[in-house]
Write a protein that binds this ligand. Structure first.
Ligand SMILES: [Zn+2]
Length: 402
């Protein structure tokens, strides 16, 4: 976003300048301390203090330079009434965790009876007292972690002091903005007005779709569990790949990992969301240990040479679309993302999903990897519950698969 304004050569020059300042500051620090020699922790503390001072001085001066460009009067963006520009203190949390007491111009429009801020749009600031970089960190933390409490803890590890409620509120606002952007794209896609956003049309793509179940609660009741209900979610991964073509099937046999019963057992547990042994399956026995100690000792891979390192498709880019909307609404969301990624212009395409009717009503397909995995899971669960042993259950699985 800022790479055009700040080319790498310019940033390297600034870094070199700051490095020289650091050397001067280190000499000053050594001269000012004549008691005990510093250990590395002390040195880190000195460097951190220097960095904080440099950051504060740089940002304060740069913001002041922008403030100096604002005239003494500014028109209201709604009614064009010319309003006087005042200045107010505005504490802003930045990505180093520092809270800088910045000054920002503010105007009050008597006709609209509202305040407006002449520089906020240009500086990409909003009504939150955090910088755009911290907003991005909050979005990433909330996207990857399971709760606002965990995201807050992660941010605090990064020295960003922020309350859990604020993290939750900001994440909700970002979520609403992203949902609005998504819906606008869907509307443009329906009107055939959505452009392709990639510079190069990919040569190989795959769209993977699967659904799951999650438990939700009422969203407007604050902390705690309210009105728990089960819902289905749908997730689509749109992947750009690199791969070569071949006259022969490059993978005629199932992947070796599918011939290792313990690995398949773990996979099936993960698919079912089991943390430990599945219910109904007894504790591990010596017989299972024997099976485990014989990797690739079953079926088609018995006595076979070790397969060469995989030369299959390599993932380059992946974006995802996820929603609890029904299939009628989810399909257009996926189509809009596919349009932006240039999937409809791609010469080689694949669609991977299970056998749910809504998947194939649009795409018309055949047996897929995830479909096989789901079938394998069903067979595995039945075998393990009926037989109670990994080895005998696996034998049934293999016969069922063949
Ligand atoms: Zn106004």
């Amino acid at each position: 976003m800022s790479s055009v304004k700040l080319p790498p050569e310019f940033l390297a020059e600034l870094r070199e300048l700051a490095s020289r300042w650091g050397q001067i500051a280190a000499q000053r620090a050594a001269a000012g301390i004549d008691t005990q020699p510093l250990d590395f922790g002390d040195m880190e503390r000195v460097a951190a203090v220097l960095a904080e001072g440099l950051t504060e001085g740089t940002l304060t001066a740069l913001v002041q330079q922008r403030n100096d460009t604002v005239a003494t009067e500014h028109p209201c963006p709604r009614c064009d009434t010319v309003c006087r520009v005042d200045y107010q203190e505005r504490p802003l949390t930045i990505d180093t965790g520092q809270v800088l007491p910045l000054r920002e111009p503010v105007c009050h429009c008597p006709r609209c009876r509202r305040d407006f801020f002449p520089l906020r749009t240009a500086l990409r600031l909003d009504n939150h007292n955090v910088s755009p970089t911290v907003l991005a960190l909050i979005a990433r933390a909330m996207g990857r972690l399971n709760s606002a409490a965990q995201a807050t803890f992660a941010l605090q590890l990064a020295r960003i002091t922020i309350r859990c409620a604020q993290v939750q509120r900001i994440a909700q606002e970002i979520g609403h903005e992203l949902a609005a952007q998504r819906d606008q794209k869907v509307a443009r896609q329906r009107r055939r007005e959505l452009p392709v956003r990639v510079d190069v049309i990919p040569t190989v793509v795959v769209a993977e779709v699967d659904g799951g179940h999650l438990r939700t609660r009422a969203g407007d009741r604050g902390p705690g569990v309210h009105e728990v209900q089960g819902k289905e979610n749908k997730v689509a991964a749109l992947v750009t790949l690199t791969s070569t073509t071949s006259q022969d099937d490059p993978q005629p046999e199932p992947p070796p990992a599918f011939a290792e019963p313990r690995r398949v057992q773990r996979l099936m547990h993960q698919l079912n969301g089991w943390a430990g042994e599945p219910p109904g399956v007894p504790e591990s026995t010596g017989a299972e240990a024997v099976v485990t100690s014989e990797p690739r000792a079953t079926g088609a891979v018995v006595g076979a040479e070790q397969p060469p390192a995989s030369s299959g498709p390599v993932r380059v880019v992946r974006t995802c679309v996820a929603s609890t909307a029904d299939s009628q609404a989810f399909g257009p969301m996926m189509a809009a993302e596919a349009q932006e990624r240039g999937f409809y212009q791609t010469p080689r395409r694949a669609f991977v999903s299970d056998g749910a009717a809504y998947n194939w009503s649009r795409n018309g397909g055949r047996c897929t990897r995830s479909g096989c995995a789901r079938a394998g899971r069903a067979v595995w669960v039945k075998c393990s519950r009926n037989c109670g042993r990994v080895r005998s259950g696996w034998g049934l699985c293999r016969r069922a698969r063949s």
